[in-house]
Design a protein around this ligand. Structure first.
Ligand SMILES: Cc1cc2nc3c(=O)[nH]c(=O)nc-3n(C[C@H](O)[C@H](O)[C@H](O)COP(=O)(O)O)c2cc1C
Length: 134
């Protein structure tokens, strides 16, 4: 696991929705928008699975996940790679349900996806594009 620098955390927290990419075990890619993403701490993100279909199936087969963020004011963009754990019970699940139902009690809040941040890359255009930050 790696720690997100403050500018990565801030860029993620300000963006909505955020594109999330997963892949099947055969490597078929899939990208979706997620509005409900919370930074738990510098190493951990929480996603709310309300409507995941292919995303949920992919995470059962392959825990790898990639997340992209961009801030047009600061001109910063980051690509985060990590591993996801899907929880359908327990403290994190209860926390996710409380968070999601505080926003909208009608949302299904099916599962909580905890992401351990493993790598962060610069995704801004320019000479540093693609450089690994941590
Ligand atoms: C603006 C926006 C925000 C969304 N936020 C979420 C979310 O927080 N959680 C969720 O489960 N689905 C969310 N969705 C739905 C997913 O993007 C997607 O439709 C769903 O995961 C089904 O696609 P899949 O079969 O590829 O997983 C959102 C869609 C949009 C357009």
């Amino acid at each position: 696991m790696v720690k997100m620098p403050p500018d990565v955390r801030e860029t993620l927290e300000k963006q909505k929705p955020i594109p999330i990419a997963t892949a099947s075990k055969d490597g078929v890619p899939n990208v979706v928008f997620v509005g409900l993403l919370k930074v738990v701490d510098d190493e951990t993100l929480m996603l709310a699975d309300n409507f995941f279909c292919k995303t949920a199936a992919n995470l059962i087969e392959n825990p790898k996940i990639s997340i992209l963020c961009y801030n047009s004011e600061t001109k910063k963009s980051f690509q985060i790679k990590g591993s996801a754990m899907v929880c359908k019970e327990g403290l994190n699940f209860d926390e996710m349900r409380k968070w999601v139902h505080g926003i909208n009690p009608k949302l299904p809040a099916k599962a909580c996806v905890m992401v351990n941040v493993e790598e962060i890359y610069n995704a801004m255009w320019g000479p540093a594009a693609g450089e690994k930050l941590v």
